[in-house]
Design a protein around this ligand. Structure first.
Ligand SMILES: *Cc1c(COP(=O)(O)O)cnc(C)c1O
Length: 385
């Protein structure tokens, strides 16, 4: 026994519960099909909803920015790390979101940690959807505010807690994913906004899986619900439909100026690399100029739903209004078994298990670049199972 032996015991427990995770290697350029551990599979595991991660225009933008500005930004944005390219990207995000300004972080995770800790502290209250992403949950803990969870997407439960507790605190921040990442359903944004106004709360909405996917112009759930222009804290990532790396906050000039002065995960970390920044900027231009990509994605979603309903009428999908489609399995072991069987049949659709989600499931995410044959193949393999 030494002071580290508990780690081996913990790993043993993780294995026994079928919760053990390890990486799987993807080779080559990502797309609707990928090489997974040397074998070509149809890719239903990617967040690259618009199929831009392998797009030559993004690749060229990253290469050119590297040649022009080097590989690293060499410092934090407030010291030596700031480039005109960062500001261009922030202006492009603000223009997509129709907000006064935006601020780019090194990841979506860091955008949430930094924003939440800057907005609330010990004297404040956070109300957080129980199914929120890890970055919202950990941001809430790190802020030192009093954190209460409300039942998933349950307006009456949130309202009840606000009525009961809001008056005991200085500020209040409501946290929600817009598209819930492991379920695919969408938050009731207009009702959340109404409650935020009624109880004098700030509302932070994480559009990680919605940006580029939802809304007429791909601005996300805020646009889809007609809430553009409402005072809100909008968070997102550059790593999903935007196909690069990084995160952002979009909102009022005051909010962004305040975060530049108060968000520790922005102030004390290195600025985004020129390659990531340029690729993200190009992706946002494509999102605005090529709505047909988003249309294709939604056609694929409608097609898969229709064929699944015809061929697999007993398979019950979780409620979803996004490219994320899931169905539950009785245990982590069963989810792994189905996931492995799919992979063996050339379908990459991973099992998602606790503690990421309360109940094990298979999660399929669709891309604009999936072809009908890919979707048909998924359904035919599922039918055999
Ligand atoms: C993926 C995700 C993040 C994290 O974004 P990264 O840029 O990958 O760090 C944050 N919030 C939600 C809801 C996500 O799905």
């Amino acid at each position: 026994m030494n002071s580290y032996s508990w780690i081996a015991n913990s790993l043993e427990t993780i294995h026994r519960a079928d919760w053990y995770r390890s990486t799987r290697t993807i080779q080559g350029i990502p797309g609707a099909t990928v090489l997974l551990e040397g074998r070509e599979v149809i890719n239903f595991a990617s967040n690259d909803y618009l199929g831009l991660a392998g797009d030559q225009r993004l690749i060229q933008a990253a290469v050119q920015a590297t040649q022009a500005f080097g590989t690293g930004s060499t410092g934090s944005r407030l010291l030596s790390g700031h480039r005109e390219l960062h500001r261009e990207l922030e202006r492009a995000i603000a223009s997509l979101k129709q907000t006064e300004d935006a601020l780019v972080f090194s990841s979506g995770y860091l955008a949430n940690l930094g924003t939440i800790t800057a907005l609330v502290g010990k004297r404040d209250l956070i109300l957080s959807d129980q199914y929120n992403h890890s970055s919202l949950k950990n941001g809430a803990i790190l802020s030192g505010a009093n954190v209460l969870e409300y039942t998933h997407n349950h307006i009456a439960n949130l309202s009840h807690q606000l009525q009961q507790y809001r008056h005991q605190y200085r500020r209040c921040l409501i946290l929600t994913d817009s598209v819930f990442s492991m379920d695919g359903d969408v938050c009731p944004l207009p009702e959340l906004l109404a409650l935020a106004t009624q109880y004098n709360c700030m509302l932070l909405v994480d559009e990680a899986h919605a940006t580029g996917v939802l809304g007429e112009n791909g601005a996300g759930c805020v646009e889809q619900f007609g809430c553009t222009g409402s005072e809100l804290v909008q968070i997102g990532t550059l790593s999903k439909a935007i196909a690069s790396l990084g995160g952002y906050v979009a909102g009022s000039t005051n909010l962004i100026e305040y975060l530049r002065n108060r968000a520790p995960t922005w102030i004390y970390t290195t600025g985004l690399s020129p390659a990531d920044t340029a690729a993200a900027l190009t992706a946002i231009q494509i999102i605005q100029q090529e709505p047909q990509r988003r249309q294709r994605l939604w056609e694929n979603i409608a097609y898969l739903r229709k064929v699944m309903q015809e061929k697999l009428p007993t398979l019950e999908l979780l409620p979803s209004a996004s490219p994320i489609l899931c169905w539950q399995l009785p245990s982590p072991r069963e989810a792994l078994r189905v996931g492995n069987h799919l992979q063996f049949q050339g379908i990459f659709a991973p099992a998602i298990r606790p503690p990421t989600v309360p109940t094990s499931r298979i999660r399929v995410s669709l891309m604009a670049t999936h072809e009908t044959v890919h979707l048909d193949r998924l359904v035919s393999v599922l039918t055999e199972i």
